[in-house]
Design a protein around this ligand. Structure first.
Ligand code: UGA
Ligand code: MN
Length: 256
């Protein structure tokens, strides 16, 4: 089956670096279709040119986050969920446009939501490739913990190792699960709820698709960390700004 990877992304200084790292991971994965969804009014030249040269099979989409739902400069990052409209737009494409645009008629496929800043091992993609409904695994460096993980007993997920609100229906990070395309198509209304309370975004999709009992544990019964919730530091531009004042800023024609 093809792995459809949905990645929300937005313009910022580190965007091209993030996309470069991600794309060079994906180049190692057979049968991967990258669905890149820009959080913007229109497709940017940077992402358009980047994807064209990437060597990957991809679909380029865009949809802006509604203004009242967008984080403002200075807001704490947990205040509003990020990438919601973009992931839903990726799901819409899979349901409505995939068939006509790829000519693929079969429902074989796996859907994974890969944020642009995380770190993904190649092994992860082989683990998720034979997902029947929803497969799950640990995520490293997330939720203020070394890792969060489903806890497996007798081959079944029985609870979750997490430091925060374990009573959530599916207390997992976005990077910790994949869904079969078949299940996505069979539940046309399942999507992410941008109004979901903090920490309930993943649950808002999954509760419309599976029960805990049906989760398929991967990565050696959820004992191996194959994906890390890394976050990139925002680069400081103090010198740049000082030079700009003197008319000596970095050449704006050079894409970074
Ligand atoms: C955590 C989770 O890992 C995310 O999956 C979840 O969406 C997020 O919290 C949340 O609470 O909404 P975190 O590292 O805090 O992730 O979030 P980011 O990596 O900053 O954003 C997640 C994705 O959305 C990234 O791919 C990012 O490029 C994209 N994004 C972020 C946008 O498209 N627009 C934005 O304004 C911000
Ligand atoms: Mn992130």
């Amino acid at each position: 089956p093809t792995i459809f990877v949905i990645t929300p992304t937005y313009a910022r200084l580190v965007q091209k670096a993030e996309l470069t790292r991600l794309s060079q991971t994906f180049l190692h994965i057979p049968r991967l279709h990258w669905i890149v969804v820009e959080d913007s009014q229109h497709k940017t030249a940077l992402v358009t040119n980047f994807l064209m040269k990437s060597g990957l099979t991809y679909t380029h989409l865009h949809i802006p986050t509604a203004k009242e739902r967008k984080l403002q400069e200075g807001d704490p990052s947990w205040l509003k969920p990020r990438g919601v409209e973009q992931r839903n737009e990726g799901l819409r494409w899979l349901r409505e446009d995939r068939k006509t645009q790829t000519g693929a008629d079969d429902q074989q496929g796996v859907v994974y939501f890969a944020d642009d800043d995380n770190t993904y091992s190649l092994q992860l993609f082989e683990e998720m490739r034979n997902t029947q409904r929803v497969s799950v695994w640990p995520v490293g460096l997330v939720g203020g913990m070394k890792f969060e993980s489903p806890v497996v007993e007798g081959g079944k997920v029985v609870r979750f190792h997490t430091g925060w609100r374990p009573s959530r229906p599916f207390p997992m990070d976005m990077a910790g699960f994949a869904v079969s395309l078949k299940l996505v198509l069979a539940n046309p209304d399942a999507c992410f709820d941008g109004e979901a309370p903090m920490g309930f975004l993943e649950s808002s999709l999954l509760k419309g698709l599976v029960t805990m009992d049906e989760l398929e544990p991967k990565a050696d019964n959820c004992t191996k960390v194959l994906v890390w919730h890394t976050r990139t530091e925002k680069p400081k531009m103090k010198r740049e700004e000082a030079l700009q004042v003197q008319g000596l800023g970095s050449d704006p024609a050079v894409e970074v």
